[in-house]
Design a protein around this ligand. Sequence first.
Ligand code: ZN
Length: 251
Amino acid sequence: MSLTSSTISRRRILRGAVVLGAGAIAGPALFASAAQAYNWGGTLQQGSTGGAVTELQIRVAGWAADSGNKAHVRVSIDGDFGPGTAAAVRRFQAAYGLSADAVAGPNTQAKLNALENSDGSTAHFNWSEFYDQVAHNFASGKVSESSAKENCRRTMYKLEALRKKLGDRAITVNSGFRSIAHNSQIGGASDSMHLYGHAADLDVPGVANSTVYRTAQTCGFSGLETYNTDHQHVDARADMGRDWWWQDGGI
Ligand code: ZN
């Protein structure tokens, strides 16, 4: 967590670390594809650093907090396995029936890999759900296409946590990434987090929006707003260096 890394961190030699880039985007995947076997390069624990830690942080970022009452609770995606990352790993492990020791060894890594589809999306979300609804891709926003896709990937993992915490209730993403043109057309805010791939508008059938909202507060989302009964906006504005904003002021 700390940016002042004066300690000599245990460096991990990453063998064939996978970087998910702007590979070809497959068509809508109606069914979850096979799990991806990410090469974690060994056990990760407090003090570990590097690209695998970054990937771990992305995957456990939705387990940032136990409650929404603490200020500014999110996992820093900085490749430095500190106390905040450890706490998130512990919550992830407890939720998935693993030994909650904050050490990401083979069992935890296997569970994390089971959440990742072979195309880099997550078990319960598809790239197509996050596409701009007009152009059906991640282009022409306020960041590059590959950055927008990566930001959507990070949102997916937070939504996996939200889904799990809500009792494995299905979450529909009504709007993910938007191009500048489409966002303008529908009257979106001029600097909407949707333009960066950092936002999603959700419908969780059968779950009260207030419950979705409260639960989302524990999933590392730094922007939250409820528009109507089936439209909960979540975003990661703090990842852009912006101030947190929760509609209910509960930060
Ligand atoms: Zn929105």
